[in-house]
Design a binder for this molecule. Sequence first.
Ligand SMILES: [Zn+2]
Length: 361
Amino acid sequence: MADPLVTRRGTLPVPTFLPDATRAGVRGVTSADLRGVGVEAVVVNAFHLLRRPGARVIQGGGGIHAFMDWEGPVLSDSGGFQVWSLIRQDPARGVIRDREVIFRDPATGEKWILTPERVIQLQFQLGSDIAVCLDDCTDADSPAGEQERSVERTVAWARRSREEFDRLAGQLRAGQEPPRLFAVVQGGGEERLRRECATALAGIGFDGYGFGGWPFAADGALLSDPLRWVAESLPASAPRHALGIGRPDHLVSAFALGYSLFDCALPTRDARHGRLYTFRPGYPQRGLRPGASFFRAIHILDARYRVDHAPLEEGCDCPACARSSRAYLHHLFKVGDASAERLATLHNLRFYTRLIAALRA
Ligand SMILES: [Zn+2]
């Protein structure tokens, strides 16, 4: 198992799950709420924060921690994946070249130029504790030539990111600790490319490595082989981040493959739609192993919960389970009360912190 991750904002035990506070907040809840359900670290998205409110605004507010009232570690994702998926949906939004990524917002006409260097500078401005290199994403089923180019570009960009990071770290005042720097492994579904990319990045040297690209097959199954090739090709003790992998069973499978950091928008997005995760009887105490059917999702809007006065989940100590019944949550969702989303979000995040505690045990 990987060692705890030491950051300038304290030591982060692993495995850990980082909720997506994409735009410097988890929708509907406060940072105090997050602490209350045991969240230890969050992920923000550098690209989204560059668009709004802008890095200068956050820097002017004392950095990301002061800005969002969060004192724990913050990992800033580069936004490479988001830029790629937006451009893929609509090529008019921009272009990805060897030198840079150009992104246009069709709604406002604004244009952003992202280079590997600029993305590192941006993360220094935000003041995040774990920075991530810009990478060049592909689909798992993109043609071989495209995968090859993505790996070349990702490695070249990681090298440029490392150089810019070292330059900026060298300018810090005495006693000021630099953030950690993670690189992202590409290579689609091709074993040779995945292993080559992981080995090349490890050769440059980073504090941790993310598994990049779309990690699911067309039927939604986790792509275990590519995850394993990458995990095997990285230095034994290096933290491995399974980017965007967060369905409870997927998380447990990726953990078994050697991954120890997880982030995903799924639990908070599902919560806002009334989809609440609960452990099946006996779990998580029985131990969480890949393939075990250890959880189920409750759809709190189902009619049967209208008169169900039991707590949402026995054994959960979140604010929703401690003080309200399924019938009350069902009612809050039905009438569109904002507290429904807040309570549901806190329950799902508590499910994840309990799941992580069980994996650590
Ligand atoms: Zn709960």
